[in-house]
Design a protein around this ligand. Structure first.
Ligand SMILES: Nc1ncnc2c1ncn2[C@@H]1O[C@H](COP(=O)(O)OP(=O)(O)OP(=O)(O)O)[C@@H](O)[C@H]1O
Ligand SMILES: [Mg+2]
Length: 400
């Protein structure tokens, strides 16, 4: 199918019999241009006040047409939205329509929410994010794991959602490029000596390779695989996860670590965004409370799903259950560190930092992010509690 535009997207909805979603009348369509990869439109009917969001995958990233990506990534996205819609319906947009041939999803418009990353930069608190995201991760990960799914069903599903091209992007950008000189890497100039230390640190690279191996080989559950604060739309009382096009059957700790790592990045960036010292302390205290609470909710919800719905014939060791959760915490710390390195040194930077115009100020905040990431990567295997992991954030130092 051709790329949709503001006009044809309206014809498309009518042709597919979706007019009842909006009601009859003169609709208005506008592109949403925040993302880099897919075409998104908001189509509204001013007469009824109803609106939907239409997401279309092209065989390339719309902003970078040389960057080829198969359109079946939208089938992956749909599969995740569907399973999350069953187990954590409040944490994802409702899907109204999916067409595999056209690579189009029509979904609930979340215009009432803000991108969490942008809001955190301004010091906005989300009092329910920990509860919602802890539950989202517990449910989506548990119910797509071998703890719950029949063995054959999970294997069939994993074979269907291989997603090799998008996975390779993450393998390269998260686990390969940021730890050696690479043409894709970018970083603020004052960070040069710290980045050179990282490039030369083989102990650090060994840990990252360990995580990369898990990432490439451990088909533990259907993970979102890009669960950063830019994929979360939230308000005071609702939290929604979007954009699971990178999903595949991988290690659960990657979702946990990506989210927690991005909270740590928000903590580091607040070095520059805080309006004053008092607010810096207060906001960071809230961030770390939410950080710890996310894990506690995750653990509680995961264990209760295990008790309720794991197959007791297959998984009957209590000690193993405890060990499983401990291992997830360690993995989260390791994957969280890799996420921070890649956002500070690799190709895909985040607005938490690039919005800081003054280079010296930006690099100072980034050096704190790198210091936290190094503390996490040195300690991930030995971590026992979420409080210890939060403690490593608190111990982080501005290095410039
Ligand atoms: N259901 C929705 N309702 C309202 N806004 C949305 C919705 N889905 C996405 N958006 C907005 O569009 C932006 C891009 O969406 P999304 O991340 O799904 O697209 P993408 O092209 O895959 O982006 P990326 O480059 O981040 O991969 C989001 O950051 C958000 O601002
Ligand atoms: Mg995307």
């Amino acid at each position: 199918m051709e790329a949709l535009n503001e006009r044809t997207v309206q014809d498309y909805l009518r042709r597919k019999g979706l007019s009842p979603l909006l009601g009859e009348g003169a609709w208005q369509a506008e592109p949403i241009t925040e993302g880099n990869v897919n075409l998104l439109f908001r189509v509204k009917n001013p007469a009824t006040g109803r609106s939907v969001v239409v997401k279309q995958a092209l065989p390339y990233a719309w902003r970078y047409p040389d960057f080829k990506m198969p359109t079946d990534r939208l089938k992956v996205e749909y599969a995740v939205l569907k399973v999350a819609g069953e187990h954590a319906p409040e944490q994802v947009p409702k899907v109204h329509f999916f067409d595999e041939n056209d690579a189009v999803i029509v979904m609930e418009d979340l215009a009432r929410h803000r991108e969490m990353r942008a809001a955190l930069r301004e010091g906005v608190r989300f009092p329910r994010a920990a509860e919602h995201l802890g539950r989202y991760m517990a449910r989506t990960l548990f119910y797509t794991s071998d703890l719950y799914l029949p063995s054959g069903e999970k294997k069939a599903w994993a074979a269907e959602l291989v997603n090799p091209v998008l996975r390779k992007v993450q393998e390269d950008l998260v686990f390969t490029q940021p730890y050696k000189p690479h043409p894709n890497n970018r970083y603020s100039r004052p960070l040069e000596p710290i980045v050179q230390e990282i490039y030369a640190d083989d102990a650090l690279r060994a840990e990252v390779h360990e995580l990369k191996e898990r990432y490439m080989t451990q088909a533990q559950a259907l993970i979102h695989n890009d669960l950063h604060t830019g994929s979360i739309l939230a308000s005071e009382d609702e939290t929604k996860v979007v954009d699971p096009e990178f999903a595949f059957f991988g290690p659960m700790g990657h979702d946990l670590g990506t989210y927690l790592g991005n909270l740590a990045l928000a903590y580091a960036a607040y070095e520059a965004h805080a309006p004053n010292e008092e607010e810096k302390r207060a906001f960071r205290a809230w961030l770390l409370e939410s950080f710890e609470e996310t894990w506690r909710v995750f653990e509680r919800e995961f264990l209760s799903a295990w008790e309720r719905d794991a197959n007791p014939e297959e998984w009957y060791s209590d000690r193993y259950r405890e060990r499983y959760l401990k291992r997830l915490l360690k993995d989260a710390a390791g994957f969280g560190a890799a996420e921070m390195f890649r956002r500070l040194i690799g190709m895909a930077h985040v607005s938490d930092f690039w919005s800081i115009e003054d280079e010296a100020e930006r690099a100072a905040a980034e050096s704190l992010g790198l210091d936290i990431a190094r503390r996490w990567i040195r300690s991930w295997r030995g971590l026992e509690t979420i409080e210890e992991l939060a403690g490593l954030v608190r111990e982080g130092r501005v290095l410039l």
